[in-house]
Design a protein around this ligand. Structure first.
Ligand code: NAP
Length: 331
């Protein structure tokens, strides 16, 4: 493959934009593993990066796409051989190192994970960083003592990628899942993924958050941050656990220490980006086994590579639902 297609994110006079370009291997960043990219995906972070709605890109120009799955073409690292199906997500991919929105990628071997048995290259991107992060949040909460008998788990931003996957995985593990969403029209979708109850964000009074309120949640997967996270902290049960994953609503957190010192609540920070081996492959193995979301096909759809630029706005405006797989070169 001498020349290949890529979606390049550039900055001109302080303005960030993206366009399809033809690249050659010589344009790629350094790394031991060359991968023919089959699929990528869209995460909230990808949309922020490509449109400049968030300061995500740390090195311009940069091929976008924080996720990719594909087949090894060449490897200077003995852990990988030509023909191996692999996944590469996180680290600097798509933010400071050319990413998955290209037919060819070259990345350090430490960023590559073998495709677990039981997952296809397509499944791997239907999961992507969103699935990896939802699973990591659940693993960390359970390491902190969360079990289904402790009480309900609330998932915020529930119709989004991380949210849909967290609802599905938690329900399948026997948790009573309460899905918090801004989309009234998607209640049936969320119940179909296993939510026992659907709450609407617009029904919450976030103008009066008390230090401690009625205790309701044993666990929480939060994709929003801001007032919603502050409200969750104030309504956690004794010994409850929050996985703080996202900032789709706000980067701020204005709360008190009351939930932490009077109810023993744990606020776990979840960073999918720099978790290393063997933890990283371990979480991927679990995504192919006991944490595999049963409704992955129902919550994901695919788009041709050419349609990628037109899809980012759904994410920026909060209309995104489930997961979008990008057919870069196909499986
Ligand atoms: N910590 C990590 O390692 C890590 C990894 C992956 C993602 N994340 C973060 O997790 C969050 C979710 O990521 P994602 O890829 O699942 O995003 P996504 O697919 O775009 O979903 C985000 C969802 O949040 C809700 N939402 C969006 N904008 C909002 C706003 N302004 N106010 C309130 N709610 C809003 C919407 O769901 P409803 O309408 O159902 O509420 C939306 O579907 C993002 O902040 C992302 O950056 C972090």
């Amino acid at each position: 493959m001498d020349s290949f297609k890529a979606l390049l994110i550039e900055e001109h006079e302080g303005k960030v934009g993206h366009r399809f370009v033809d690249m050659t291997r010589a344009d790629l960043d350094a790394g031991e593993v060359v991968i023919r990219v089959a699929y990528s995906s869209i995460n909230f972070k990808d949309a922020l990066a490509a449109t400049g709605a968030g300061k995500i890109i740390r090195r311009f120009p940069c091929v976008g796409g924080i996720d990719l799955s594909g087949t090894v073409l060449e490897s200077a690292d003995p852990r990988f051989q030509p023909g191996d199906p692999v996944i590469a997500t996180s680290f600097d991919i798509g933010v400071a190192h050319h990413g998955g929105y290209a037919e060819l990628a070259r990345v350090p071997a430490d960023w590559v994970v073998p495709l677990p048995a039981g997952l296809s290259l397509y499944d791997a991107m239907a999961l992507g960083t969103a699935g990896f992060t939802a699973a990591l949040g659940i693993v960390r909460m359970e390491e902190n003592g969360l079990t289904p008998d402790k009480g309900p788990v609330i998932v915020t931003g529930a119709t989004g990628g991380v949210g849909s996957l967290a609802v599905d995985m938690l329900a399948q593990r026997g948790y009573r899942v309460v899905a918090l969403t801004g989309k009234e029209s998607e209640a049936d979708y969320l119940r179909g993924l296993g939510a026992a109850e659907v709450m609407l964000r617009q029904d919450l009074d976030l103008s009066r958050i008390r230090p401690l309120d009625r205790a309701r949640w044993a666990g929480a997967v939060d994709n929003l941050g801001g007032d919603v996270l502050a409200w969750i902290a104030s309504t956690m049960e004794q010994g409850g656990t929050i996985a703080s994953i996202g900032l789709a609503a706000s980067m701020s957190l204005n709360t008190t220490v009351a939930p932490f010192i009077l109810r023993g609540v744990s606020l776990l920070g979840i960073d999918s980006g720099y978790i290393r081996e063997p933890y990283r492959s371990g979480v991927w193995q679990r995504l192919a086994s006991d944490l595999r979301p049963p409704h992955l096909a129902r919550m994901s759809r695919s788009i041709p590579f050419a349609d990628l630029p037109a899809t980012f706005d759904e994410y920026i405006s909060g209309r995104a639902k489930g997961r979008v797989v990008v057919e870069v070169a196909g499986g």
